[in-house]
Design a protein around this ligand. Structure first.
Ligand code: S3P
Length: 425
């Protein structure tokens, strides 16, 4: 797909799709609850459709209409053995979190995904689940999918996680619902807490203290109505475009502002961004309408506990840094190497192709921003967030930019290009 530099401001309102993390969890927890769960503003991206498909294969009826997803839950013990392997597509969230649900079942499952999933580390869930008594093996013996999970009785553990990962935390907490005794997870820094909030909403006993989350076993989960907030990770591309393209003003409606996810707002403000938060809601998953106005940006340092709160936004933050005056340093973000692509290498490769002064490091990037960039052929390595980040960069890069395999955005934002175009008129 080809893009040209834009010579006029971006103006208008945008309704971003539902949050990917919350959409996955609403289907999973709905399946494990008694009664019906009704989900509105569900993300109809390929990753969340993989989650629906997996639960359908385990005997859960799920209606998917444009207005609503309805999950007919069968309770904690209602899943049945799938006929054949469960295919999770490109979705790390489905693969890792579902493993925690499969480990205590009374049947065996084989879990597999696409070429990217087959390279992503699964030992991070295999280790703690095995400590709980799970029988989970990497079929090729390389610590990656395909995984074979033979249901076994589990015992609660206290797990000190070496990584701040909501997927790891969620897999353990969900296994903990079936374990004997309490289960808790302590993380080096707090990762997104959607599992804790939503499990509680469904009726589980969950507590959070500092970086530790604890669940009690065998709750009765009850079906709920869930309205999924807009995904701040999808809003990120319009935040960046609005800040970077001179004269722009974009109102992004219904953005999820959970404090474990809003690091991009904090970093953008540190870089000089101007936002207005309108119609703020505070209970459960907080939301607001976010008014983004063009703001000259300056470089900053992004590190430490902030990293998990903006991990998926770092590619587009790197684009912001490329157009900001001065140097931006991103560190403590080695997790970028094990996302849908190696996001350090892929950002360095493609930003360098546009003429940016960027160096990859072991755990991040150093970007000397402010130099004019030029169009280039971008290879996102089939990574949706890289493709969307470079669509934003193309608005400011002199000449033409071509993004290969541009349709990979379907993973999290099928209407992305149409929505971006609607602001460019
Ligand atoms: C997610 C957690 C994060 C994030 C991913 C979604 C989730 O991954 O990058 O896109 O929904 O739990 P990690 O748990 O690997 O940090």
């Amino acid at each position: 797909m080809k893009f040209q530099i834009i010579k006029h401001p971006l103006k208008g309102e945008i309704q971003i799709p539902g949050d990917k993390s919350i959409s996955h969890r609403a289907v999973m927890f709905g399946a494990l609850a008694d009664g019906t769960t009704e989900i509105t503003n569900f993300l109809q991206g390929a990753d969340c459709l993989s989650t629906i498909d997996c639960f359908r294969k385990m005997g859960i009826t799920i209606d998917n209409t444009p207005e609503q997803i309805t999950v007919y839950g069968k309770g904690l013990d209602g899943l049945t053995a799938p006929n054949g392997e469960l295919y999770t597509g490109n979705s790390g969230t489905t693969t890792r979190i579902i493993s925690g649900i499969l480990a205590p079942q009374s049947f065996t499952t084989v879990l597999n995904g696409d070429a990217s999933i087959q390279k992503r580390p699964m030992k991070r869930i295999m280790d703690p689940l095995s400590q709980m008594g799970a029988s989970i093996k990497s079929i090729k013996g390389n610590g990656c999918a395909p995984l074979e999970i033979t249901g076994s009785p589990l015992k609660g553990i206290h797990y000190q996680s070496p990584v701040a990962s909501a997927q790891v935390k969620s897999a353990i907490l969900l296994a903990g619902l079936y374990a004997e005794g309490e289960t808790s997870v302590t993380e080096p820094a707090i990762s997104r807490n959607h599992t804790e909030l939503m499990l509680q909403f469904f009726g589980a006993k969950v507590s959070s203290l500092g970086n530790t989350a604890t669940v009690s076993p065998r709750p009765v989960l009850t079906g709920q109505k869930i309205c999924v907030p807009g995904d701040i990770s999808s809003a990120a591309y319009f935040i960046a475009a609005g800040l970077l393209v001179p004269g722009s003003e974009i109102l992004i409606q219904n953005v999820g502002m959970n404090p474990t996810r809003d690091g991009i707002i904090k970093v953008a403000e540190a870089m000089g961004a101007k936002f207005m938060r309108l119609n703020e809601t505070v209970s459960g998953e907080p939301t607001c309408d976010l008014l983004v106005s063009y703001s000259p940006l300056k470089g900053t340092v992004i590190e430490g506990d902030l990293i998990p709160t903006l991990i998926d936004e770092l590619p587009v933050i790197a684009i912001m840094a490329a157009f900001a005056e001065g140097t931006t340093i991103i560190r403590d973000a080695a997790e970028l190497k094990v996302k849908e692509s190696n996001r350090i290498d892929v950002m360095v490769e493609n930003l360098t192709a546009m003429g940016c002064d960027i160096t990859g490091t072991d755990d991040g990037m150093i970007i000397n921003g402010g130099k004019p960039l030029h169009g280039a052929v971008i290879d996102p390595h089939l990574d949706h967030r890289i493709a969307m980040s470079f669509a934003v960069a193309s608005l400011l890069a002199e000449g033409e930019t071509e993004i290969k395999d541009a349709e990979c955005v379907n993973i999290s934002y099928p209407n992305f290009y149409q929505d971006l175009k609607s602001l460019c008129r």
